[in-house]
Structures are given as structure tokens and as C-alpha cells.
Design a protein around this ligand. Structure first.
Ligand code: NI
Length: 264
């Protein structure tokens, strides 16, 4: 989610220990599709000619918490989408069946393929959701998500988490959104999941926001997560793994944070 410092046009690509390039869309799609049993997929739209799919659990227990995980808004932050694959690969059916889980596995497909932060049109897919707040315009991907606002409200009614990285740092942090004056258990649980893998960002500022104990709190900034929180999601978060760390470690941390979010 970091907006300062990261070159928006420069390409960032890593290679996993298994030899997979982080921007290999075909490998990503193939590995994701192998995990599709028990899920229904819907095509929300085709921004810039690329599919923007939504995954939902096919069978859901009544009154299960409604949770939404979104990945791949920024193409130079590939551990999010790959972390989701790792989470699904290791999640038990019982774990998944306790919640009403929806997934946006890859929002910015053109950025992912190029390893670039923005999409092929040079737009930031994680800004412009709250046009009344600033002059940001939505991206092609944002237009698709905005058109499904009511659906996304319902899917993330009890919690929204967006999986990001910060290429410029070697420590992790969380943007937490809660209806409280200070971070509560929701934000701290995600922060602690990342802290098991990386040092936390030192107290001070990150992207001109105050960060304390690894958490930036209630920063309403026109992002996807701030938008859905403002619209009524019970809580929201954006997790940030450090782009300077080893790629596989970042993928593992993303999977752990998703597990912490889903498990409550
Ligand atoms: Ni980001």
C-alpha cells in the first residue's frame, strides 16, 4: 500500500526456492485452479481485458462470519497472491467451513505480470475508491469493484483484509481499521502473525502516517480497505510484508496472516 518511494513503473520480480518467478501468471492460475474444490467462482469483470474473479465457499454454515480477503492490488507486491495460494494449500476444510469466506485472488493482473505497482494503464488500483475524499480517480479494476459495492459490503460484513507488501522496507506492519480509538484484538492479531516472521516497522511514520507497535490505525485514504470499512465492514486491514526480505519468507508470512484473519 505504500505510496511514497516505490517506483511505479519499475519492475520487481523474485524467484521462489522452487524456481517459480513471482510474476508467472500461468503458474499462479494453474496452482490456484488446483485448489478450487469447494469454491464457486464468479467473474466480476474484465478490466483491461483481464479477468477479475471472485471466489466464494460453495457451502457455508448459517451465521458464519462473513470475511473477504483481497490480493494483488499492486503488481510489485506478489507475495500476497502467492500467500493466498499457500494458505489455501494448507487450510483444512474444517477451518474454512467455520467462516463465510470470499476471495479476490488477483485484482491487478496486468501489474502482476509486469511486476509493476500500477496496472498497464498506469493507474493505481488501490486508490480512487472514495472520490469524495480526494481527487483520485478509480482504476479500471477499481471501476469493477465499485460496481459491485453492495456485494462486497455483504461478503466482507464482518471483516476485510487486503494483502500488500512494501518493497522499500525490511520490516512488516499493518493498517488496521476498527470502530475504536485504539487498535484492538483484530489489528493486533494480524500484526502478531507478521511479527512471528519479521521485525515490525519501528515506531514513527510510514508513508506520512503514524505507525506505533507495527500498526497504522484508522487511516482513511481512499484505499479499497478504507472504503469498505467506511461503508460498514466490521473491521478491515491491509497487511504489509517487507519487499526487501526473501520472497518465500514473505509468502509464508502472508499465508500466516490470512490464517490469523480467517481463524479469528
Ligand atoms: Ni500495496
Amino acid at each position: 500500500m505504500s505510496e511514497a518511494g516505490a517506483g511505479t513503473a519499475s519492475s520487481h520480480v523474485w524467484t521462489s526456492a522452487r524456481g517459480t518467478r513471482s510474476n508467472d501468471r500461468a503458474a499462479f492460475a494453474e496452482q490456484l485452479s488446483r485448489l478450487g474444490a469447494g469454491w464457486r467462482t464468479t467473474l466480476l469483470g474484465m478490466p483491461l481485458g483481464e479477468p477479475l474473479p471472485l471466489w466464494r465457499r460453495a457451502a457455508v454454515a448459517p451465521a458464519a462470519p462473513r470475511l473477504l480477503v483481497a490480493c494483488g492490488f499492486h503488481g510489485e507486491e506478489p507475495a500476497g497472491p502467492w500467500g493466498l495460494v499457500e494458505y489455501l494449500r494448507t487450510a483444512s476444510p474444517a477451518e474454512l467451513d467455520r467462516v463465510d469466506l470470499a476471495l479476490l485472488p488477483l485484482v491487478n493482473a496486468t501489474g502482476f505480470s509486469a511486476g509493476t505497482r500500477f496496472n498497464r494503464a498506469g493507474q493505481n488500483p488501490n486508490r480512487g475508491f472514495m472520490s469524495a475524499l480526494n481527487d483520485d480517480r478509480p482504476s479500471a479494476e477499481g471501476e469493477v469493484l465499485l460496481a459491485h459495492a453492495a456485494l462486497l459490503d455483504a461478503l466482507g460484513a464482518d471483516g476485510v483484509m487486503s494483502c500488500h507488501e512494501d518493497v522499500g522496507v525490511d520490516a512488516a506492519y499493518v493498517y488496521g481499521y476498527e470502530r475504536a480509538d485504539a487498535p484492538g484484538a483484530f489489528s493486533r492479531r494480524l500484526r502478531d502473525a507478521l511479527a512471528a516472521h519479521f521485525a515490525l516497522h519501528p515506531d514513527g511514520a510510514v508513508d506520512e502516517r503514524r505507525v506505533a507497535d507495527g500498526i497504522v490505525f484508522n487511516a482513511i485514504d481512499g484505499s479499497f480497505e478504507a472504503w469498505l470499512f467506511t461503508r460498514g465492514a466490521g473491521a478491515a486491514a491491509c497487511i504489509e510484508t517487507p519487499g526487501r526480505a526473501a520472497f518465500d519468507a514473505r509468502v509464508a508470512a502472508q499465508a500466516a496472516a490470512i490464517r490469523a484473519f480467517v481463524s479469528g
